[in-house]
Every structure is written in structure tokens, then in C-alpha cells.
Design a protein around this ligand. Structure first.
Ligand code: CP
Ligand code: NVA
Length: 303
């Protein structure tokens, strides 16, 4: 794996990454594998978890993170991403980018001599999805499971489709018409699913979609960049809320996940977040361990 722009980039490495993340979670890092390494982190959108977990993971591994707000860089004044990538490759050992447009991250990677990690774009959130698989295994000790994803078929949903298909987990996206995940990604996931035997589906029927689910997953109805559509989204997605009534149709050991931030009263209720079925806080913590695995794999010392 040279870059991590999409979950597909981790196709060959995913089980190694999951194993390494479990190791980092269990044992403190003593050998500091990223000593003298610098990770630049460019943010074009807001972040709490991604920024903090990457920064802390870099410190744990012995390296230094560098936080950069895109609007404070010359990027915000019209310098092109290709030039930025060429220059930054001369200074740092890796770059994490959270960008509005997925193509911008691809352009950055094409012009970068150092590894590039997608920290969320309009199309994918690979670090989140790999972490989610890690969290599911931590709680269920199996990949032979079914996830039901409810709500907006957004960036997180796209990456989860690829991740589930790669590891052989079934996934049903439960969403109203017009909110389906990216068609190209869905087809790519189906190709992986044929190899791994997982079952990937989309339905607008909530009860049918959540039937036998081991994992109920949801994300915000209004992603960053979709704010203009807020009112329409509230109407269209209203029947897809993860609430206690919905949970009453699941198994007692079905777990509930949310990548956060959560908007209580929209895609999920406060009661569900606090319920014994919620693994949301473990999920947030695990971002740090999985990213430590990703960073140490991509930025490792050549010595
Ligand atoms: N889940 C996630 O990526 O959170 P942040 O937007 O806070 O980074
Ligand atoms: N789908 C959300 C995820 C935030 C982590 C967004 O893109 O805003």
C-alpha cells in the first residue's frame, strides 16, 4: 500500500492492519517506530476525532504531527494542489488530507513522493471504515455478520460497503430513494463481495433491511457540504432514525454504531446512544489505534 485514498487501497493489507491495531491497543508503543518522522495534516473541513486521534497516534509512535488549515495555506489563495504536493513532499514524511473533493486528494497523491492518507472526502472515509471493522471484530469476534446501515448513503457508507465486502461481511444499506451510496462504489463492492461471499444490498424498507442485523450503523443526515439541503433531508430521512422502537426489532446482542459527530433527535436518539447496545465510544477510541497501524505501515523507517 503506497497511499490510503480509498478502502480498496488496503485490499491486500486490511487483515495486517487490523492485527497491528489490536497490538497497539493492547501494548504501549516502546520502540517509537516513527521517530523523526513528520505527518502533515491538511484540513479543508472541520474535525474533532480525525485531527486528535491522528495527532496523538503520531506522538505515541515517536513522530510529530503538523496541523494545517487549508484556508491558512496558499491553497486558500489559489495555489494548485499539484504544486502544494510537490513542495510538501520535500518537507514531511506523510500527508493526511481532509478535503471537499475526492479528486483533489487523488491529484495530491499523484504529485506526492510521500504517502497520502484520505482523512475524509465527499466520497470516502477509509480510516473510519477500517476502524469500524476493527470495532465490530473486537465486540463480536467474527466477520461473519450482517451490518444494516440506515440513513444517508454518504462517504462513510461508501467506505463501509468496500470494507464489508473486502472482509466478507454482509451489508444492507437502508435508505430512501435518492439517498443511495455511490453507484460505482456499490458495483466495486459487489465485485469484492463475489470473491469473499458477502451479500451487499440496498433497500428502502426499514424492517426488511434490519432483519437479523448484528450491527446497526448510522451517520448524520447532513454531511459537511450538504447544509443547503438540510430541510429536505429532514423530511426524506425521517423514517430512518435509529431509535428504541427500531432497536426493539433487533437481536438483544445487536450493536449500534455511529462514526460521530451525532445529531441527537435526527439520525439517532439520545436513548440509543446511551443504551447498552451502543459501542460508539469504543468506536471513537479505536480511530487512534487503527490510525497508529496505518501510519506505522505507511511511514515506517527504512533503516
Ligand atoms: N468521525 C470523524 O471523522 O469525526 P471528525 O469529523 O470529528 O474527525
Ligand atoms: N458523513 C459525515 C461524516 C463526518 C465524520 C460528513 O461527511 O460530514
Amino acid at each position: 500500500m503506497k497511499h490510503l485514498l480509498s478502502v480498496t487501497d488496503a485490499k491486500q493489507d486490511i487483515f495486517e492492519l487490523l492485527k497491528l491495531a489490536a497490538y497497539f491497543k493492547e501494548y504501549p508503543v516502546v520502540k517509537k517506530p516513527l521517530k523523526n518522522k513528520t505527518l502533515a495534516m491538511i484540513f479543508e473541513k472541520a474535525s474533532t476525532r480525525t485531527r486528535i486521534s491522528f495527532e496523538v497516534a503520531m506522538y505515541h509512535l515517536g513522530g510529530s504531527p503538523l496541523y494545517l488549515s487549508a484556508s491558512d495555506m496558499q491553497l486558500g489563495r489559489g495555489e494548485i494542489i499539484e504544486d502544494t504536493a510537490k513542495v510538501m513532499s520535500r518537507y514531511v514524511d506523510g500527508v493526511m488530507i481532509r478535503a471537499k473533493e475526492h479528486q483533489e486528494v487523488q491529484k495530491f497523491a499523484e504529485n506526492s513522493d510521500v504517502p497520502v492518507i484520505n482523512g475524509l472526502t465527499n466520497k470516502e472515509h477509509p480510516c473510519q471504515a477500517i476502524t469500524d471493522i476493527f470495532t465490530i471484530y473486537e465486540h463480536k469476534k467474527s466477520y461473519n455478520l450482517k451490518m444494516a446501515y440506515l440513513g444517508d448513503g454518504n462517504n462513510v457508507c461508501n467506505s463501509l460497503l468496500l470494507a464489508c465486502a473486502l472482509i466478507g461481511m454482509d451489508m444492507t444499506v437502508v435508505c430512501p430513494s435518492g439517498y443511495e451510496p455511490d453507484l460505482e462504489i456499490f458495483e466495486e463492492a459487489q465485485m469484492f463481495a463475489e470473491e469473499t461471499g458477502s451479500n451487499i444490498q440496498i433497500t428502502s424498507n426499514v424492517l426488511e433491511g434490519i432483519k437479523d442485523a448484528d450491527v446497526i450503523y448510522t451517520d448524520v443526515w447532513v454531511s459537511m457540504g450538504d447544509e443547503d439541503e438540510k430541510l429536505q433531508r429532514m423530511i426524506d430521512l425521517n423514517d430512518y432514525q435509529v431509535n428504541m422502537e427500531l432497536l426493539s426489532h433487533t437481536k438483544p446482542d445487536t450493536i449500534v454504531m455511529h462514526c460521530l459527530p451525532a445529531i441527537r433527535g435526527q439520525e439517532i436518539t439520545d436513548e440509543v446512544m446511551k443504551s447498552s447496545q451502543s459501542v460508539i465510544w469504543d468506536q471513537a477510541e479505536n480511530r487512534m489505534h487503527v490510525q497508529a497501524a496505518i501510519l506505522s505501515t505507511l511511514l515506517k523507517n527504512d533503516e
